[in-house]
Ligand binder design. Structure first.
Ligand SMILES: [Zn+2]
Length: 276
């Protein structure tokens, strides 16, 4: 028998403290969870330890179904991902599938090094896994290099990788079949900033195979830059809009509501609905 490991003991102590805190706040929490899970969202994200899915969206156990792998890659032959996706869509009936990458992704960085021939003889299984991202780097590097500051080429690649992977997810038989049967499920593309803790919406959603077929080529996304929208920015724009409209006497003075009420009624109402 291995000697006791105090580092691992710490994990059990932290677990006990966490379970006690949950029980104190809500004595029926674990009993309810044991009976059933009813998550409303599926998260397909990177395995990076700095992007803990539940934490960054403030959701409790039971509220988020999760699949993570290095660089949030979608392989059409990945039985793990396909089974998770099928269960989420067909059994749990989640309506939102979130493909979430992150800036500074080590997997994307590794793919860039591979694409630039900087790995030498050091190829590993991870590089095999990252092949679609390497291909992405090679195909779109010229367009990425032309994108304007402040986004770095790596940031842009991390965003483009999300756009690619959400397309690949939408092309799986699981989603094609679900949409053909009329199920209401939407794929979203988000990116997380490990430097500021904020999620950003990349502005594309997919709710049908027709929408997937109508998407512009990835190079077009780079030619017409879309600034990813965090909640902080969304609220700031909403407040600004409300001030402008108040000046015009169109609505009640600023201060009446910046809980995004402006978005429901304002000029960006449709955009807000799309984001939700
Ligand atoms: Zn990553």
């Amino acid at each position: 028998m291995a000697p006791p490991d105090t580092v691992l003991d710490e994990l059990f102590d932290k677990n006990l403290a966490w379970a006690n805190a949950k029980n104190e706040k809500d004595p029926t929490f674990f009993r309810r969870l044991a009976e059933q899970q009813a998550p409303r969202f599926l998260w397909v994200g990177c395995s990076d330890s700095r992007v803990p899915a539940n934490d960054v969206v403030g959701l409790d156990p039971g509220e988020l179904f999760v699949h993570r792998n290095i660089a949030n890659v979608v392989h059409s032959s990945d039985m793990n991902l396909l089974a998770v996706l099928e269960f989420a869509v067909e059994v749990l009936r989640v309506r939102h599938v979130i493909v979430c990458g992150h800036y500074g992704c080590g997997g994307v960085k590794r793919a860039v090094e591979n694409a630039e021939g900087r790995l030498g003889e050091g190829h590993t299984l991870v590089d095999h896994w990252l092949a679609p991202v390497v291909d992405l780097c090679i195909r779109h590097r010229a367009a990425i290099d032309r994108t304007a500051a402040p986004a770095t080429p790596l940031d842009k690649l991390c965003e483009l990788n999300v756009s690619l992977q959400m397309r690949r997810l939408a092309a799986t038989p699981v989603l094609k079949t679900a949409w053909a049967r009329g199920l209401d499920v939407t794929v979203h593309g988000w990116i997380y900033g490990i430097g500021d803790g904020l999620l950003r919406d990349l502005g594309t959603t997919l709710s049908s195979s027709e929408e997937l077929a109508a998407l512009p080529p990835l190079d077009d996304l780079l030619a017409t830059p879309h600034e990813p929208m965090s909640a902080a920015r969304l609220h700031a724009v909403a407040a600004f809009l409300e001030m402008e409209l108040a000046d015009m006497g169109a609505i009640a003075p600023f201060g009446s509501a910046c809980t995004c009420g402006a978005w429901d009624n304002g000029p960006f109402g449709a955009e807000r609905e799309e984001m939700e």
